[in-house]
Design a protein around this ligand. Structure first.
Ligand code: ATP
Ligand SMILES: O=c1ccn([C@@H]2O[C@H](COP(=O)(O)O)[C@@H](O)[C@H]2O)c(=O)[nH]1
Length: 238
């Protein structure tokens, strides 16, 4: 039997990854496959909190490009993450996982509000908890929400599941000569402005001594390999 290295994790799922090859929104096949990857880890007895992004639906910075007020655009971005959280929860139900959505913004007819103690109880009961609406504050990102919720629930690691297979010397989508780090310290990631994750998220995890592993959500079995302590993606350490 495979032994997990971590008892409790915070998984940051890319919103954009949910699009698959579509131009926008949520691709049902892709979200189903992602749930399969998560179930493989839940079946090991690992407690899983999830923060989901919103880039497949709305990004605050894109709104401001058209002249929209930044805070208004950011609230729209947070609402987009709630839609993704609801879609993910339903896809989890369809693959046999028991999930709960908690939102940092109060929309109680739709999803539960974020209550830390209740989230921890759900985790102890073996339920996956999906944290929607990011931090609940404009001018932040869901990466920072992952660092925050990961710290709050006592996760042992933040796993950033994204479209690239780790952290590179430069954005690999723009610079084909970029090379991947197996591991990198928080201080180096911050000082080199590596834009795979925002500096606020890196700094919070560093201060809380909460490691991060960045890996590709499109690589089959990668999530399970990271959880089992195998060499996958890039580890960010103190
Ligand atoms: N040094 C780097 N190493 C790896 N990726 C990088 C780097 N610099 C920039 N990137 C880009 O960062 C992206 C991941 O971060 P981004 O915030 O865009 O996505 P996400 O958090 O996965 O998605 P979403 O915001 O939709 O939830 C990668 O797809 C990659 O193109
Ligand atoms: O704490 C938060 C989290 C997110 N936002 C806004 O939502 C979008 C989508 O989140 P991504 O992390 O980019 O996927 C983000 O661009 C912000 O506009 C926020 O304001 N506060």
């Amino acid at each position: 039997m495979t032994t997990p290295k971590y008892k409790r994790i915070l998984l940051k799922l890319s919103g954009e990854a949910l699009m698959g090859t579509d131009a926008y929104g949520i691709n049902p096949k892709v979200i189903g496959e992602i749930c399969g990857e998560i179930k493989a880890v839940a079946d090991l007895g690992v407690e899983i909190g999830v923060v989901i992004g919103g880039g497949n639906i709305f990004r605050g910075m894109a709104g401001t490009a058209t002249g929209m007020d930044r805070a208004t655009a950011d609230y729209m971005g947070m609402l987009a993450t709630v839609m993704n959280a609801m879609a993910l929860s339903d896809a989890m139900r369809q693959c046999g996982l028991n999930a709960r959505v908690q939102s940092a913004l109060n929309i109680e007819q739709v999803v539960e509000p974020y209550i830390r103690g209740k989230a921890i109880r759900y985790l102890e009961e073996g339920k996956v908890v999906i944290f929607g609406a990011g931090t609940g504050n404009p001018f932040f990102t869901t990466d920072t929400a992952a660092a925050l919720r990961g710290s709050e629930i006592g996760a042992e690691i933040v796993l950033k599941a994204t479209k690239v297979d780790g952290i590179y010397t430069a954005d690999p989508k723009k610079d084909p000569a970029a090379t991947r780090y197996d591991k990198i310290s928080f201080n180096d990631a911050i000082s080199q402005n590596l834009a795979v994750m925002d500096a606020t998220a890196f700094a919070l995890c560093r201060d809380q001594k909460l490691p991060i592993n960045v890996f590709s959500i499109f690589k089959a079995g990668a999530l399970k390999r990271v959880v089992c302590g195998e060499d996958e993606g890039t580890l960010v350490y103190c």
